[in-house]
Design a protein around this ligand. Structure first.
Ligand code: 4AD
Ligand code: MG
Length: 433
């Protein structure tokens, strides 16, 4: 019996007879010859079925095969006569696992996004959607590799939490037995801040939730965040770590996912320009620049989506926007020693109109100041006592940041809307499939 081989490994099996297990993606031909496009999760290959070379049973099977039918196919691997690095299969035998009797809902013709999202469970099979998931996987691996190399330990933070991390307006609340309310985590940051006192540097990666009423191409209600946190790291070093991390991820993708980037028709020239140093501008500078570009942003405003779009189309490098007015940022951020009204924070904006992919800051490490901020922000008394404890027992300067996995993936893949970068997107109006 021939060995089962993944399509991505056909190059190592030229002239051998192999078995492929997969699905029929497409079919051409008739009469005496069929060209089957097979996919198996690792790639797509063309299998040629010639009436002269197979039994009449096998030829009839090829004739019957419908889109997305599952099958096993045996044949000899050959090199494509003209294209370098393309392999084909000269079919000997086909065994159907399941024949699809209904017309497959997703055809080659253009479909509207809402139809595709209704059929997300099937849409995921398409070459573009597969390519996005493969790239997402490389990004995740790249983050683990880089951070592990830099001494960050993976620490898993909880999803059920008693308090807000990023403001109380967009929390998902649920009833928690006799304890009252619990909230789905908005970010694991506060827990990582506890963990740095144990392991020094750490990161998490998990789903987070925002009951935000934002219906933009950049917002989901459930998304995946990688938070990193490090003891004894101050603002500038925090940015350095983020910069190196992003450069290393982009390099890894350019090296390992050429095929997928091509499938996505991603122009890779902009990605090749992602090198250190990134641009660094203060919020005040950016406000001035944006106003000159026609934005009505005010000095004490956060950047809006459109502001991020126009600013990041102007430069071909990522931009750190630092020192936002503290009033528009989270309670835990340390203040700029040179100006108490500013937070010692930075958002990292990706070029080509993508905007914020990372939010981070140095953290307030002084007990009294943090306690005062918690009161000023009217956060529930008592719930943050554990977090304040961290400023009582060996407090140190520390910083961290959180990457939105879908925003980072959307930028690298060149997809406009982040909903395509998560297998099953959750938005205000979408919970199915
Ligand atoms: O800027 P955010 O809100 O920062 C935090 O949550 C910090 N606690 C992180 C930290 O310092 N450890 O979120 C971080 C990133 C954003 O930069 C953005 O990429 C992404 O998460 N993000 C979203 N992605 C999709 N949908 C949403 N609704 C998002 N909100 C934030
Ligand atoms: Mg943010």
């Amino acid at each position: 019996m021939p060995e089962t081989v993944f399509i991505k490994n056909l190059k190592d099996n030229v002239d051998k007879e192999v078995k492929i297990k997969g699905w029929m993606y497409n079919k051409r031909g008739s009469g005496k010859l069929f060209f089957l496009q097979l996919r198996d999760g690792t790639g797509i290959v063309q299998a040629i079925v010639s009436q002269n070379d197979v039994s009449s049973d096998t030829f009839q099977t090829a004739d019957k095969l419908t889109m997305e039918s599952s099958l096993e196919l045996i044949g000899k691997v050959t090199k494509h006569p003209r294209h370098e690095d393309v392999f084909e299969i000269q079919t000997k035998e086909i065994k159907i696992i399941q024949i699809v009797n209904e017309e497959y809902p997703i055809s080659k013709k253009e479909h509207g996004t809402s139809f595709l999202l209704d059929n997300r469970h099937l849409w995921l099979r398409s070459p573009t959607q597969r390519a996005i998931q493969v790239i997402r996987n490389t990004i995740i691996n790249g983050i683990y590799e880089y951070l592990n190399k830099k001494g960050f330990i993976k620490i898993d933070s909880p999803i059920l939490t008693p308090n807000a991390c990023e403001g109380t307006t967009d929390l998902f609340e649920l009833k928690y037995f006799e304890e009252g309310s619990a909230y789905l985590s908005q970010s694991g940051q506060l827990y990582l801040e506890a963990a740095i006192f144990s392991v020094g540097r750490c990161f998490d990666f998990g789903p987070v939730f925002r009951a935000e009423k934002s219906k933009t191409r950049r917002h989901l209600t459930e998304f995946w965040m990688m938070d990193a946190e490090a003891a004894f790291v101050e603002h500038d070093e925090n940015l350095k770590i983020q910069e190196e991390l992003i450069v290393s991820i982009v390099k890894k993708i350019l090296k390992e996912n050429k095929k997928e980037l091509k499938t996505l028709e991603r122009d890779i020239e902009p990605l090749k320009k992602i090198e250190s140093p990134f641009l660094k501008k203060t919020h005040a500078e950016v406000v001035k620049e944006l106003r000159e570009m026609g934005s009505d942003i005010q000095e004490n405003h956060d950047l809006g989506g459109d502001d991020e779009t126009i600013l990041t189309k102007k430069y071909d490098k990522p931009i750190f926007v630092e020192k936002y007015p503290a009033e528009v940022k989270a309670f835990y951020m340390k203040r700029d020693p040179e100006n108490e009204n500013l937070a010692l924070c930075a958002d990292l904006l990706a070029p080509e109109g993508y905007g914020e992919i990372i939010g981070g800051s140095e953290r307030e490490d002084d007990y009294d100041k943090l306690s005062k901020r918690i009161k000023e922000n009217k956060l529930p008394e008592g719930i943050f006592d554990w977090y304040l404890d961290l400023r009582k027992y060996g407090s140190v300067p520390h910083s961290g940041f959180g990457i939105g996995m879908e925003r980072l993936t959307a930028w690298i893949c060149g997809r406009k809307h982040i909903r395509e970068t998560i297998p099953f997107p959750r938005t205000i109006k979408r919970l199915i499939p």
